[in-house]
Design a protein around this ligand. Structure first.
Ligand SMILES: *Cc1c(COP(=O)(O)O)cnc(C)c1O
Length: 227
């Protein structure tokens, strides 16, 4: 597994306007350092404590992206440095991020995560839930978080037509929210969709960020279970 070659191949195939988030969850510091030495600066993690310990060791010009489910009680581990939280799916989490960001005098950029896959287990908001959140009194009071776009995870399937429809659905949600709530807001511009198996489709459907792990760092095996 040559990380430099992988990242070079993937990055050079991305169109302008699509940012690569290298998903380094479960991977050791040396692997992240290798990608960093190549020139990669944006890394994705899904566990707050793991992200915080990597942050402490690695160069400070890395952008850390939280892509996994985040519990309110764990926000404190990442609030001082996280670059973008991709996985905001309820108002209480957004409020907690706001509160913790305030302590550091900063504003945390966030994406709203939508449920676009067919599996019942995948997390994320519906369009209606997002509207309810954006129209709430509580949301209006938040000053230390900023919603800059949307995120979604497609169904894990060989059926590329289905994956394409799901990504298209997320793009439609983005467009509707943009019209209704963020028309004047140039910061609302990100569509985070596409992983190792489906990022080419995501690009065709209009993503601005892809989150790629195993195609860069190799598969993640833990206790003989693929994670
Ligand atoms: C793990 C993960 C990825 C990367 O998945 P790969 O298939 O390894 O590229 C992307 N997005 C999220 C939310 C993830 O949890």
């Amino acid at each position: 597994m040559n990380i430099n070659e992988n990242i070079e191949r993937i990055a050079s195939g991305l169109p302008k306007g699509v940012k690569l988030i290298a998903v380094s969850k479960t991977k050791p510091i040396e692997d992240i350092q290798a990608a960093y030495d190549w020139g990669q600066r944006a890394f994705g993690e899904n566990r707050p404590q793991e992200m915080a310990s990597k942050y402490r060791i690695l160069p400070k010009d890395i952008e850390w992206h939280m892509i996994g489910q985040l519990q309110e009680k764990n926000v404190k581990y990442i609030a001082s440095f996280v670059h973008l939280v991709h996985s905001v799916d309820h108002l209480k989490l957004l409020s907690k991020l706001d509160k913790e960001a305030f302590k550091y005098g900063r504003c945390i950029d966030c994406l709203l995560e939508f449920h676009i896959a067919e599996e019942l287990t995948k997390s994320g908001l519906t369009y209606e839930q997002a509207v309810e959140m954006l129209e709430s009194e509580v949301y209006r009071t938040l000053r230390n978080v900023k919603i800059t776009g949307v995120m979604g995870i497609a169904t894990y399937t060989e059926n590329t037509d289905q994956v394409r429809m799901e990504f298209r659905h997320l793009k439609q949600i983005f467009d509707r929210l943009k019209d209704r709530f963020f028309a004047e807001d140039r910061a609302f511009k990100e569509i985070s969709m596409g992983m190792s198996g489906d990022y080419r489709i995501a690009i065709e459907e209009g993503c601005t960020m892809v989150r790629i792990g195993s195609s860069i760092f190799g598969s993640r095996l833990l206790k003989n279970k693929l994670i």
